[in-house]
Design a protein around this ligand. Sequence first.
Ligand SMILES: [Zn+2]
Length: 329
Amino acid sequence: MHVPHNLEEEPFVHSNLSISGTLTTMPELPEVETVARDLQRWVAGATITDATISWDRTIRHPQPPDRFAAEISGATIARVTRRAKTVLLHLADGRVMTVALRMTGALIVAEPGTPEDPYARVVFALEDGRELRYRDVRKFGRIGLWPGGGLRSVGAGSGARSKRIAEGARTYRIGEVFSGHGPEPLLRGFTAERFAERLSRRTAKLKTLLLDQSFIAGVGNIYADEALWRARLHPLQTADTLDARDVRRLHRFIRQVLREGIVNRGASFSDYVGADGEPGANAERLAVYRRTEQPCHRCGNRIERIVVGQRSTHFCPRCQREPVASSAT
Ligand SMILES: [Zn+2]
């Protein structure tokens, strides 16, 4: 297998492992979708017999973690999907286990006899002798177990509610857990008209808005920069200044960069690995992200890097002109 060569701290690799997840970069929609598709192939139909939790804070719900372990034991994984940047393991009894990978989370399927992993925070023993391991060097990822129901809606995105759910003692259905998230950009219901409607009321800068998970789900730093470059829109332009053609272009290119990202199994900076440790192939296809000072593929001008809302932002100052009226901060 290929060894991911940018693992922080001590790498853990073994020939009996199938790894899907990221190692140092915040995964976005295409990376999480890749993980979900890998897991669908590897563990759909498998039954969890036991869960061993070695870092309590990885468990978000239910509390205490012992209760989570007891409730997940005996569950069969029916299918694996994604909502926003979270992996959803749908259980045969209707419940849903959520895995938010955050920074360095990875899901690993280990064959029997594979040595223990010091960074495995939760280990699910499977009935067939394999283990599904949640590995997370930095420990930002969270796992929850929720009653089913309510996931079908695309999601209007109201923001504050999901925070309450995360902290609350009451048990919420899986649909409520995601009620604060914006629409899924790749669903058919996410039309250019709907996107225009959502944009028209907003005065935020485009980059900030695209990263806002209550506005649109799943887009992060990489794909926001790429979509804005393709649409020839400046990251600091405010949403309400877009004309109808800008909006249609941005809508089309958001979907395009995400779809291409999925086809290429996510971005790779030696830090994203899919099945069998094979890195995603999308990095070399990126036009602006982490290409500061390199020539723009369209006009040859140098790509610039600025910071917007504490996030590094890459764009071509010639192709993506800043509207005169907006301030460059
Ligand atoms: Zn350019």
